[in-house]
Design a protein around this ligand. Sequence first.
Ligand code: AMP
Length: 280
Amino acid sequence: MNIVRTKEEISEICRKWHSENLTVAIVPTMGYLHEGHLSLIRLARQNADRVVVSVFVNPTQFGPGEDFETYPRDEARDTDLCRKEGADAVFMPAPAEMYRSDKSVSLMENRLSKVMCGMSRPTHFNGVLTVVCKLFNITGADCAVFGMKDAQQLAIIKRMVRDLDMPIKIIPAPIVRESDGLAKSSRNTYLSAEERKDAVCLRRALDIAESEWKSGEKNPDEIIHKMADLIKSVRSADIDYISAVDSDTLEAVKELRPGTLVALAVKIGTTRLIDNTVLS
Ligand code: AMP
């Protein structure tokens, strides 16, 4: 497995693979890998001949006062896990390798990024799109795998690929959870023991949405109300948003239907967690 720190080297490796008629998948991550990330690598392996995992804590997607400096990092463990999972290359650039100090061009999305997480993180998705676009350009990947855990990110990336005619296939991967239902996340490491127990309320709230939907509830306000009631009963929890939206347009639905995305962001203590389900 290649461990690569420069854009030039990873581009060269991908160019060589393409010249041998091998397809390339990219799995963008911020590292501190867990089973969720590993499931993405596995899916990438099923969809391409060669897999590049990028490990880059992207400064431009963090807002002022967010956790860029404290975000967990462990390069040795990440490279080990990638090797075990059969990745062909890990791209681990330093911020100065990715961004020139006088950079003056970035991507902006004007609709889907304004709602949900975009309300409290107004510059986040522009940072995500810019770095993802750069990774696509640097690797020339044929496909890219993104987790449905970040459903809004996935929708916005699909929109970027559509609107900018990017020659890449986006492959969504299901959410991987802990045994009690908490979605795996690098940020779960911030939770105290007490908060870790409270954090299950996100999944419990989604359980309510699913069971109400199954018993015939069509009114999004009703389920959002019931989800909110449950979360408000948890001491360390503070709701950022609960939304029922179309999973492609992220527009609020007036009536629940199969494919509706029910998503939420909740602060547990100082840790902001997100989770979602798509109604079947
Ligand atoms: P991150 O390192 O948190 O930026 O995530 C990198 C990729 O892994 C994104 O496409 C995420 O959606 C995906 N991911 C993170 N956690 C999970 C999870 N629990 N299940 C599935 N995919 C995940």
